[in-house]
Ligand binder design. Structure first.
Ligand code: HSE
Length: 344
């Protein structure tokens, strides 16, 4: 018998709908492989939410939303309910948070996550915003309520970062992190190396759905800085804020410069580095670097990403791949959800 897990999903944009579609396609595999019967009890959206305690068809909800640009006219519509109303009124044991990220305030996701954890619900989040300044508070609240809080989808999504550090490197001290963490920038640099101009490469990344709604967040290094701070705070116990990260993006790079480096055998990448100094403090920076061909992160291609952990006992551990795309982000949410119920 599969375990029934009733959950809510807040945010029905590309990632939220992608998650619903992924679930629709994997329902039988989740039952057979993991003993999970996932029931979507509600979808929270700004312009009105859906609520059906017995469960909504996730694929049909995604199709409806895409066709009608909202939930107007849906039989399960709760007009006037936003995400917070849904979390307060619906019965569910888990929240999937996929609303758009606001790095400055963390809202509305911060409120959603606080409310869900306060009810003892587990949370899996694709949204970085709430964890940039409030990770400590949310982690403490989750522990107090005996709830799981997982944020793989916010920390480079399809590229495993936090899981590797927390599970595979358990017991080791992480002394430094190096990462190519923004798929859009890496895609642009890869295309420019091949001769394409910056604007065309960015437009292609936007068509692929990997760039942020405001792509300056990608190309000016903000997304890399945010992910780096998040990963360092979780894995190195630092308390970095995005403004603590010294940051240079890729917009100052000319195609010629990238191709000149390529002719010398070097690969231009936007690299984030966090390192614990002698005084114990973690310092972080993001900047373009011309990497030698034998550097593991030189192999990160197109929209892929990569991370290297430098440890005290396991030397260097690098993970490559996990390209940025909405389906990858949805899959990272699903991975976290499955792992909550696999944990002993
Ligand atoms: N825009 C990001 C990237 C994906 O290009 O990697 C979301 O973090």
């Amino acid at each position: 018998m599969a375990r029934e897990v009733r959950f809510l999903l807040c945010g029905f944009g590309r990632v939220g709908r992608g998650f619903a579609r992924l679930l629709a396609g994997k329902r039988e595999k989740l039952r057979a492989g993991y003993g999970l019967d996932l029931r979507l009890a509600g979808v929270g959206e700004l312009m009105g939410s859906l609520h059906r305690p017995a469960g909504l068809d996730p694929g049909a909800a995604a199709d409806f939303f895409a066709a009608h640009k909202g939930f107007g006219g849906h039989p399960a519509l709760q007009a006037g309910w936003k995400g917070l109303d849904l979390i307060g009124k619906a019965e569910a044991e888990l929240l999937v948070e996929a609303t758009p990220t606001d790095i400055r305030t963390g809202e509305p996701a911060l409120g959603h996550i606080r409310a869900a954890l306060a009810k003892g619900m587990h949370v899996v989040s694709a949204n970085k915003g709430p964890f940039i300044r409030n990770f400590g508070e949310l982690r403490a609240l989750a522990a107090e309520r005996g709830a799981s809080l997982k944020l793989s989808a916010a920390a480079a999504a399809a590229l495993p970062t936090l899981d590797v550090a927390q599970t595979c490197l358990a017991g080791a001290e992480i002394r430094a992190i190096e990462g190519v963490l923004n798929g859009t920038s890496n895609f642009i640099l890869t295309r420019m190396r091949g001769g394409m101009d910056y604007a065309s490469a960015l437009a292609e990344a936007q068509r692929m759905g990997i760039a942020e709604a405001d792509p300056t967040l990608d190309v000016e290094g903000h997304d890399t800085a945010n992910k780096l701070a998040l990963i360092a705070n979780v894995c190195m116990g630092s308390e970095l804020r995005p403004e603590d990260v010294d940051r240079t993006g890729i917009t100052g790079l000319a195609g010629e410069q990238i191709r000149e480096e390529a002719a010398r055998g070097r690969v231009m990448r936007l690299v984030g580095r966090a390192e614990r100094g002698e005084n114990g403090r973690v310092r972080a920076r993001v900047a373009p670097e011309a990497l030698p061909p034998d550097h593991p992160l030189a192999a990160v291609d197109g929209a892929e990403k990569g991370i290297t952990y430098v440890t005290d006992t396991m030397d260097r551990v690098t993970v490559l791949g996990g390209k940025s795309d909405p389906r990858g982000a949805a899959a990272a949410l699903l991975k976290d959800l499955i792992n909550i119920y696999r944990a002993p």
